[in-house]
Write a protein that binds this ligand. Structure first.
Ligand code: GLC
Length: 457
């Protein structure tokens, strides 16, 4: 009997110990983690970028997946390629729009899944520059955005629905095509092409700040793409470049895989914001960026009028930053090369807010304070930004702020001091911090009124 008790006791102790034992990160892991954090520092401080999905798919205007969704053959798709003639294309105007919206970087689709290139690749004729005055839109984009002081990134699809050596796997338009399936595909030739194009992009266009690869699926992941070799090559030309995680995955990875799954610098949740800040398996914060469309489509979609409100966009940006994340907000210019008016309208509103309140976004991250019902917190060093997002009766309780540690509280838009107190009416328990903002039917700053709490330390 006694022996039995001992066995139970020892087993339970072992289990409890196991629960608390944290596997320690290896030296190599730590070194990689530090490098990632260093490389991504400017990017994490920037917080807000523009994604641009632009290509021949703007002609059918049913999204960049039209070739796959409608199972179009290359011959059927050709009419869109032929008709794609973006005569209004003006990269400088795009760059100004991004800058005015408060964005700090932009990522353009150099090649999407349809394989048609916006850059003057020497490895294919399937590119806009074979006509259109030989113009290289990627170069024009890079020059214009750099000219506005923005960082620049390129999206490159590792999937290719046009290349003859790329098999009809995954969502390839000819996935069910019997004749097409009989073809012999030479994967190595495709890889040579794909690596070659990436090399052109990182070698011939000056400093590229971000490379956004898209995407892996099933066994078409990681080493199937010869990812290690690819990344080594990219880093050889661009030692400071930062890379997304999709050489090994599609959207997010589980905490176990983050930072260990190959070579990427940041996670890429799509069309949604994680509930909590993303961390690796050791609990360290992991760089991440939500990419989000303004209506339902990445590429231009003529019949989708379901635009998100400026308020939803601003709240989403604040949501990301409050969890240490970035927001990469998409525009899908039309076939003539214009960013849709609706998108410009939303971005203009966002820009007005950023103008007054950008301080609570750039360089900010999560706060230790618990999320209140009236909004969210972001923080930069000793400054906490209280984002008043939802209707409120006049007192914002920034619970957890220690009034002894407060230098002062201000309204961000005006710099005016705001009164605060620990108790208010029947709320006499400790831990409260009531900031009086005055009751109003509308928030003093549309969409999100920011209150700045400056702590002593
Ligand atoms: C998906 C889609 C693609 C889009 C991308 C943006 O991977 O395939 O069309 O470009 O997400 O994150």
């Amino acid at each position: 009997m006694k022996k039995f008790v001992w066995i139970i006791l020892i087993t339970s102790l072992a289990v409890i110990k196991g629960l608390f034992a944290q596997e320690a990160p290896s030296k190599e892991y730590k070194a990689n983690y530090e490098q990632v954090m260093k490389r991504t520092e400017w990017w994490r401080n920037s917080r807000f970028g523009m994604f641009i999905h632009f290509g021949a798919y703007a002609v059918p205007a049913r999204g960049e997946w039209v070739k796959s969704r409608e199972r179009l053959t290359t011959e059927q798709y050709q009419k869109y390629i032929d008709d794609f003639n973006p005569i209004d294309f003006d990269a400088k105007a795009w760059a100004k729009t991004a800058k005015a919206a408060g964005m700090k970087y932009a990522v353009l689709t150099a090649k999407h899944h349809d394989g048609f290139c916006l850059f003057d690749s020497k490895l294919t004729d399937y590119k806009l520059s074979t006509r259109f005055g030989g113009r290289d839109l990627v170069r024009e984009f890079l020059d214009a955005f750099r000219g506005e002081g923005l960082k620049v990134g390129l999206y490159y699809s590792i999937i290719d629905w046009h290349h003859p050596e790329y098999p009809n796997v995954g969502n390839h338009p000819q996935r069910d095509h019997k004749e097409y399936s009989k073809r012999i595909f030479n994967w190595d030739n495709y890889l040579k092409y794909m690596h070659g194009q990436v090399e052109e992009l990182v070698k011939n266009y000056g400093k590229i700040d971000i490379m956004w690869f898209d995407y892996s699926f099933d066994q078409y992941s990681g080493e199937k793409w010869k990812a290690k070799e690819l990344v080594d090559m990219v880093r050889k030309y661009q030692p400071e470049i930062i890379l997304d995680n999709r050489l090994a995955t599609h959207e997010g990875s589980s905490s176990k895989q983050r930072m260990v799954k190959i070579l990427g610098d940041f996670e890429t949740p799509e069309q949604g914001i994680p509930d909590v800040p993303l961390v690796d398996k050791y609990g360290n914060p992991v760089p991440w960026e939500t990419c989000l469309t303004l209506n339902g489509g990445w590429g231009y979609t003529e019949q989708d009028h379901n635009w998100k409100s400026p308020e939803l966009i601003i709240h989403s940006l604040v949501n990301c930053v409050s969890k240490n994340g970035n927001l990469l907000l998409n525009v899908g210019p039309d076939a003539r090369g214009n960013i849709p008016e609706e998108s410009i309208g939303i971005l203009t509103e966002v820009g007005k807010w950023m103008d007054k309140s950008g301080e609570s976004i750039y360089g900010c991250g999560s706060s230790n304070l618990t999320k209140p019902d009236w909004g969210r917190f972001t923080q930069k060093g000793n400054t906490v930004y209280a984002h008043w997002l939802y209707p409120n009766l006049g007192q914002l309780n920034a619970k957890g702020v220690d009034s002894g540690n407060v230098k002062n509280v201000y309204m961000l838009k005006s710099g005016a001091e705001l009164p605060y107190q620990n108790t208010w009416w029947s709320n006499t328990e400790t831990g409260n911090f009531f900031i009086t903002v005055g009751s109003s039917t509308e928030k003093p700053v549309k969409y999100d009124t920011v209150v700045k709490i400056v702590l002593k330390n």
